[in-house]
Design a protein around this ligand. Structure first.
Ligand SMILES: Cc1cc2nc3c(=O)[nH]c(=O)nc-3n(C[C@H](O)[C@H](O)[C@H](O)COP(=O)(O)OP(=O)(O)OC[C@H]3O[C@@H](n4cnc5c(N)ncnc54)[C@H](O)[C@@H]3O)c2cc1C
Length: 424
């Protein structure tokens, strides 16, 4: 009896140390893992502050959502407003990503991409992109005209192009997997299959529950991707942002037509819209993808065209910002639905870049769902949005190029946390 009591006391203490953490990070995608790794690296250098940290992931595996459903492009930083969080973190994150992949033997290629103006009306927008690229410090940016365009991409038709040699390709799921290994080697813990659906604050601790089990932490970081707004709401925050899911559907080129694409081929994007337009992407493990489009989705983590969630749809329809967004973008929205339903329309968009492409040359591939924050005025938030509150940090908007920029964003959040959580 006595032995049993002291054993259970010891067991309870052990359980407490497992379940009481300094920091809980919600979300085991590439951002949650990059942030956890950066914090744990800081702690390993600091004698004064040993750190206990846990990453809580709802799914049985890490990186199941945006991290593994994307184009796999290491973006250069061409498109973003100079001085924005995207511009800064993309440039730093891109080089950090290349270094990380080289150090950890992760397959990648700095293969370069071309942005093609397909009509004279797009030349002005191409000029603006070039200026942005220069302002953002891109190296080797080159204007391409005439035959030089087909020297790079023989099957492309266009009046001018912009060659960006710093763009590359990688498998971000592999990168996230390596982040998780590094994190655990440094002493960080990961708990998968733990969907946080309740958060309470008691005596300076956050109590996070999945309905069956509880975890406690002094500090909290929300990297919940498609559910980041709901996690913020569980913490009692009114972020005045709502995640609207946009599905991006891909086709792939049939093997016999892969020779049509040598690098990455992008159109000049519509500046009114945060998405880049359907493009051709070489994949690091072989094959060429075409897409993605950007279709309003009726389920946050729904990868099929008929995916539907009553909860997600109802919360979207009851958000005023959603209706204001529709008023601004209804025309583009309808075009995207059309391209989603009609292969012919999808091919038509791709033919602007490669006119010889036919419907038989592509077949359906998978899809990804973008977590796009929309404000109460219906604006699609373009830049990354990270909100700091007492003992909490919330990543409320982390669209593309957040995978490219993940190492830099992780370090940025870690610095915020060190200051905000008093870990100096
Ligand atoms: C179609 C598409 C193409 C893209 N292409 C590119 C590209 O080429 N290059 C690029 O740099 N970026 C690209 N992106 C963007 C990039 O993929 C994302 O910005 C990035 O993956 C975001 O990472 P994350 O960790 O924030 O989100 P996620 O990977 O979605 O991770 C969030 C995690 O939080 C977990 N979670 C959510 N709620 C809870 C909860 N309550 N409790 C516990 N866990 C929870 C989820 O299960 C998930 O694993 C693309 C995105 C899409 C959708």
């Amino acid at each position: 009896m006595l032995i049993g009591n002291s054993h259970s006391l010891r067991f309870n203490k052990q359980m407490q140390s497992i379940k009481n953490k300094d920091i809980a990070i919600i979300g085991g995608g590439i951002l949650g893992l990059a942030t956890a790794k950066a914090l744990q690296q800081h702690a390993s250098r600091s004698v004064r502050h040993p750190l206990s940290l846990v990453v809580l992931e709802a799914e049985p595996q890490l990186g199941c959502h945006q991290t593994s459903h994307n184009s796999g492009v290491i973006h250069s930083g061409l498109y973003y407003r100079p001085g924005s969080l995207k511009a800064k973190n993309c440039a730093q994150g891109r080089e950090a990503m290349y270094r990380f992949c080289a150090e950890h033997q992760i397959a990648y290629e700095r293969c370069g991409k071309i942005v093609v103006a397909t009509s004279p009306e797009q030349i002005l927008a191409l000029d603006e992109l070039e200026c942005r690229g220069i302002a953002n410090g891109l190296k080797g940016l080159k204007r391409i005209v005439g035959e030089a365009l087909t020297d790079i991409e023989p099957h492309v038709a266009g009046c001018a192009g912009l060659w960006i040699p710093e763009t590359g390709i990688v498998d971000f799921r592999e990168v996230a997997e390596r982040f998780s290994q590094e994190l655990q080697a440094l002493g960080g813990t990961i708990k998968t299959g733990f969907q946080v659906n309740q958060i309470q604050e008691q005596q300076g601790l956050f109590i996070l529950s999945n309905g069956q089990e509880e975890m406690c932490a002094k500090h909290l970081i929300n990297c919940g991707g498609l559910y980041s707004d709901r996690i913020a709401a569980l913490c009692g925050l009114d972020s005045r942002l709502h995640i609207i899911p946009f599905r991006g559907e891909y086709y792939k080129l049939v093997k016999a037509k892969e020779h049509l694409v040598r690098h990455l081929i992008y159109p000049v994007p519509d500046p009114r819209f945060p998405f880049l337009g359907v493009h051709f992407t070489r994949m690091i493990h072989g094959g060429i993808e075409a897409g993605p489009n950007a279709v309003l989705a009726f389920k946050r983590a729904g990868y099929q065209r008929n995916s539907f969630s009553l909860k997600d749809t109802a919360s979207m329809l009851s958000y005023g910002g959603f209706w204001r967004m529709n008023r601004k973008y209804w025309r583009m929205g309808l075009d995207e639905f059309h391209r989603s339903l009609s292969k012919r329309a999808f091919v038509h968009a791709l033919q602007a870049l490669i006119p010889t492409l036919t419907e038989d040359d592509i077949e359906r591939q998978g899809a990804g769902v973008r977590a796009q924050a929309v404000d109460t005025e219906g604006r699609l938030i373009d830049d990354f949005r990270i909100l700091e509150k007492s003992r909490m940090i919330h990543v409320l908007n982390a669209p593309s190029p957040a995978a490219t920029a993940s190492i830099s964003i992780g370090e940025t959040i870690a610095h915020m946390a060190i200051r905000n959580f008093g870990l100096q």
